[in-house]
Design a protein around this ligand. Structure first.
Ligand code: C2E
Ligand code: MG
Ligand code: MG
Length: 741
């Protein structure tokens, strides 16, 4: 059972615990996914921004380079579109110093041009400047031929074609510009005609002096641009750089041949943004993660608490609080499940109903706490003895065991014997020991019943039979038992009906006589029931049923009232009425008897109440005081059937009763040819010593009458003297007796 309980708790908590990590895992995955998504999105956005920025920078740089190329031409026009220059170049000899200051070295010092060459209308080099110094013309002439010649030719063609001087535009004169390798340097080469700025120095188109300006790209030019536009590491590279992170713009001559690259470290806004945002983002993610984890831990904790509370509540709902055994609800559930298994062809099982014998006495005599202790002790015994079975407390001292064994009947028999054996030893309750037995009813499924209701009923019937057979017994359910129960239930229903209508119930009166004189001294009221189908029913056939189903008090009060009414009409004599043990348990017994006496106007002294020895012993202190009050007003108490129970002489000596009725079973031992019973003699002797009267019941022979009279038995009752009579007859007998007297 304990195992089952643990299993139940485990199953429910497992369900919760599986649920909790699932939430945690799912939530963590969601958070991680969201974080990854966010990070991915930011990375993509950053890359996109970087790509866009690189493209923009490349475009910008290409434009800037283009503009810078043009600015060289623009620079040149500061001196090439100038009347003075035309004039100076017409002078012979040409003033080289003037050229230095205005068309040569000046361009280097003022604009930073690296080389200047001036050619005459026949493309002969007349002046050369290199890096701030006048250069050797012979050396430079070769350079002109190689590099600048195509530009010169192109320019002269354009001049001849009569391209006008555009005064409105930024560039005043036509020019030819290209990139090329100059002295091993990539360079911009720009050719400009030297023309009049006023138009007052006419020249034949195509025959102008041409000013060629060269700007190296690998020197200060690109460094300047890089500085101006903040391009980290901006420089010229002849070959494609290995570093893929560098941005570049290819520099090509107009004919398309690759000169090299302008490379720089591009500004990457996305990466920069990432660099700035990443720590904050990381921190936020960590915080979110921490919050989610904390929340989940809280949820997990609350869920676990909830699951613990749920399983506690479930346990409380399913278990008996005193013993922690399964209660009736769980028992019903388990029995249903197990029987369904049996119905599907599973192993047979046995249901044992265990009921403590006289448990009420323990409660009455030792108090409820002791009773509880005893119940707990028994629950431990049963759990230990049947560790693999379902042990349940159905209420009070009633236990049930769903026993699994193979074969179930044989195994249940062993189990029942084991329970009896365990209970054969006194149970230690701490402040004392109690010896108590149990009755056990056993039903086997599917042999005796298949449904829970039927199996429980069968076990209950078997328990009833076990109890009937005496205590400390066990009984297996049989079909005959079932038949008896059906029979009994029929009687119960009919009795209820008879009591409701008053039909069939009757009272007969059996007289008893003074032994010595044979005088009629009283009569005992005995109930009879004329049953429509069963004929005359004797009390033994229906009184126990009436006691069980709670009808006995009403029935007996009716008998008492009828008997008192009858006796009130008799001139003399005592009326004896049998009391049931159930009535003795009722504290209001004395009150009820008084009120009947009052109603029937019968003198209490003429009423004798018969109680059996067993019910007398079973009765509580309260009931005995009840009997004491009755005796105080003159009602007499007789101990009926003395000799069939404990035959305790203590009660005779204790003067708690007025009369002892020696049971017929003793009287019947007085037989012809045998000596009279010494036990009867002892009872009569002791009763007399104790001041009690004696009546012998069931006197059937003359020999019995003589013997009983000879030993001093005061009164006699039996078929020899008189059978039970109806009301009219007994009245007549009393009237006759009075007349005779
Ligand atoms: P009891 O009080 O001992 O009553 C005597 C029983 O013995 C009666 O049986 C009676 O008919 C029978 N009897 C008397 N003389 C002889 C005899 O010489 N030979 C034999 N064989 N039997 C004799 P009855 O009427 O069947 O009653 C049986 C028991 O039922 C009574 O035993 C009494 O305990 C109980 N009883 C009867 N009427 C009532 C009643 O109204 N209420 C209650 N609670 N119990 C009753
Ligand atoms: Mg009696
Ligand atoms: Mg009797």
């Amino acid at each position: 059972m304990e195992r089952l309980r643990r299993l139940g708790a485990l199953v429910s908590s497992e369900r919760h615990e599986a649920f909790v990590p699932q939430i945690i895992i799912r939530s963590v995955v969601i958070v991680l996914l969201m974080a990854a998504l966010l990070a991915g999105f930011m990375l993509v956005a950053a890359r996109k921004a970087d790509e866009l920025s690189i493209a923009r920078q490349q475009k910008l740089i290409a434009t800037v380079l283009e503009q810078n190329f043009r600015s060289i031409a623009h620079d040149q026009e500061a001196a090439t579109v100038w009347d003075d220059s035309v004039d100076e170049l017409r002078k012979r000899p040409i003033d080289l110093r003037w050229l230095d200051d205005n068309l040569g070295i000046w361009f280097h010092s003022y604009y930073g041009h690296d080389e200047i060459m001036i050619v005459d209308p026949n493309d002969r080099l007349i002046y050369a400047m290199r890096e701030g110094r006048r250069d050797d013309i012979a050396g430079a002439a070769r350079l002109v031929r190689i590099t600048a010649q195509p530009l010169l030719t192109e320019l002269r063609v354009r001049m001849r074609n009569g391209l006008p001087i555009r005064r409105a535009s930024a560039v005043l004169t036509p020019g030819a510009i290209d990139l090329g390798m100059i002295n091993g340097h990539p360079a911009i080469v720009s050719a400009k005609p030297i023309v009049s700025d006023t138009g007052e120095r006419p020249q034949r188109p195509g025959s102008e002096y041409i000013h060629v300006s060269i700007r190296y790209l690998d020197g200060s030019f690109i460094a300047d641009i890089a500085g101006r536009y903040e391009l980290g590491g901006g420089r010229f590279a002849a070959k494609l750089p290995d570093d893929p992170g560098l941005s570049r713009v290819a520099l090509r001559t107009r004919s398309g041949s690759l000169l090299g690259y302008f490379v720089w470290e591009p500004f990457l806004p996305g990466t920069a943004m990432l660099g700035q945002v990443a720590p904050a983002l990381g921190a936020s993610l960590i915080i979110v993660f921490a919050i989610v984890t904390w929340l989940l831990r809280r949820i997990r904790f609350s869920t676990l608490q909830l699951s613990a509370a749920t399983s506690r509540a479930q346990h409380l709902a399913d278990h008996d609080p005193l013993t922690s055994l399964a209660n009736r609800a769980l028992f019903d559930k388990r029995l249903g499940i197990e029987l369904a298994r049996v119905a599907e062809g599973g192993r047979s099982l046995a249901l044992l109903y265990v009921d403590l014998d006289h448990f009420k006495n323990v409660n009455d005599h030792f108090g409820h706490p002791t009773g509880d202790q005893l119940i707990c002790a028994l629950s431990r015994i049963l759990s230990d003895i049947a560790p693999d079975d379902v042990v349940a407390r159905l209420g009070g001292d009633e236990f049930a065991i769903i026993h699994f064994g193979d074969p179930a009947a044989t195994s249940a028999e062993t189990l029942a014997r084991g329970i009896h054996r365990a209970l054969a030893r006194p149970i230690d309750l701490g402040d004392g020991e109690v010896l108590i037995g149990a009755s056990i009813g056993i039903a086997v499924a599917p042999r005796d019943a298949g449904s829970p209701v039927d199996l429980v009923r069968a076990a209950d019937i078997a328990l009833y039979e076990a109890k009937r057979g005496g205590r400390r017994r066990h009984a297996f359910y049989t079909a005959a038992m079932g038949e008896r129960v059906r029979d009994r239930n029929g009687i119960e229903a009919d009795l209820r009906e008879a009591m409701r209508t008053g039909e069939g119930l009757d009272i007969v009166y059996q007289p008893y006589f003074e032994a010595r004189t044979g005088a009629l001294i009283g009569a005992e009221a005995l109930i009879r029931w004329q049953h429509a189908d069963r004929g005359t029913m004797l009390p033994d056939q229906f009184i126990p049923i009436a006691e069980e189903c709670g009808l006995i008090e009403t029935l007996n009060e009716w008998v008492l009232e009828q008997a008192c009414l009858a006796a009130a009409r008799w001139p003399t004599g005592t009326i004896s009425v049998n009391l049931s043990a159930v009535q003795l348990r009722n504290a209001a017994l004395a009150e009820r008897v008084f009120s009947i006496l009052k109603r029937t106007r019968l003198s209490p002294a003429r009423l004798e109440l018969e109680i059996t020895e067993t019910s007398f012993l079973d009765s509580s202190e309260k009931c005995r005081s009840s009997l004491g009050w009755l005796r105080d007003v003159g009602v007499r108490i007789a101990l009926d059937d003395f000799g069939t129970g404990y035959s305790s002489f203590k009660h005779l000596a204790g003067l708690e009763v007025d009369r002892v009725k020696i049971d017929q079973s003793f009287v019947s031992t007085i037989q012809p040819g045998k000596p009279g019973s010494p036990v009867i003699q002892a009872i009569v002797g002791l009763a007399r010593l104790s001041g009690l009267e004696t009546t012998a019941e069931g006197v059937e022979t003359e020999q019995q009458r003589l013997f009983l009279t000879s030993i001093g038995c005061a009164a006699l009752q039996g078929f020899l003297l008189a059978r039970p009579l109806d009301m009219a007859d007994i009245e007549a007998r009393f009237l006759a007796a009075q007349a005779g007297a």
